[in-house]
Design a protein around this ligand. Sequence first.
Ligand code: UDP
Length: 327
Amino acid sequence: MSNVLVTGGAGYIGSHACKALKAAGFTPVTYDNLITGWEQAVKFGPFERGDLLDRERLDQVFAQYEPVAVMHFAALSQVGESMQDPGAYWRNNVSGSLTLIEAAVAAKCLNFVFSSTCATYGDQDNVVLDEQSAQHPINAYGASKRAIEDILRDFEPAHGLHHVIFRYFNVAGADPEGEVGEFHRPETHLIPVLLDAIDGKRDALTIHGTDYPTPDGTCIRDYVHVCDLVDAHVLGLKWLQDGKGSRVFNLGTGSGFSVREVMDHSREVTNREVPYSEGPRRAGDCTKLVSGSTRAESELGWTPTRSTMRSMITDAWRWHQNGHYDK
Ligand code: UDP
């Protein structure tokens, strides 16, 4: 069995990746400090509790499992929070990733799949973004992820560390079999917040800004189903194992949905009203982030099959009603 070290395997995307890795014949070894993750989400392989900044612990886990690759999901990932506490983002995301990358190199584990983000592109009004688009992040979260991309690019020629960088657009939905799903505390992401409001678990959704230069005044995002997203990661791992070299891929669908459009779809799927209020802009938000690239499809053979807004909300709603973790 081939072990893959999955940092953040107890989190939303990492736990879905573990399920996909197991289905593909790998053993996912979760490395997670459980600050934002959930031990109950670790269902598909061994669990090692640890922090990215703890080099000794990382060395021990690399030595114990001799992984063939790292999939690095562990990160702080909230745009708004990153504007209030940038130090946490630089320390955890950048210093933490550097520690992990150095541990991987020392252990001669030279295939590295990294979760980056469309937030590295920043605000480029009404541009459809491809992998060559300039990266000018406007929030500390995006800046921290861009810095990690730079580290990986430097480590390739120096240490032979091959990487696949995935720049995610907005990830949504849940495992249709209900084994894992999205569960953040506190929750800040649009779809789960909106479902909480529909369900009476919070008073209302606040729309963060209605004066953006978009047709309905709210921000536009490109949403991709978490299961499609993690399928791309398994393809990225195989890409590296086949010796195809380092590469960057956007993971989005090319379709943009405004906040109000996501609300409309949620109303249709759940057959319930969305209680909402209109609030000011949230610091750090870009107007529009939509992926224009088909590189992942043409080069990796990635075929998203679940990433319609309807099926993402349907799967998120099913999980919302049935699944949850507690500490
Ligand atoms: N959003 C909102 N209200 C919320 C949460 C999010 O209006 O309670 C908006 C947010 O301003 C952004 C979009 O929904 O335009 C997606 O935000 P999310 O936090 O889900 O992801 P992000 O794009 O920040 O990674």
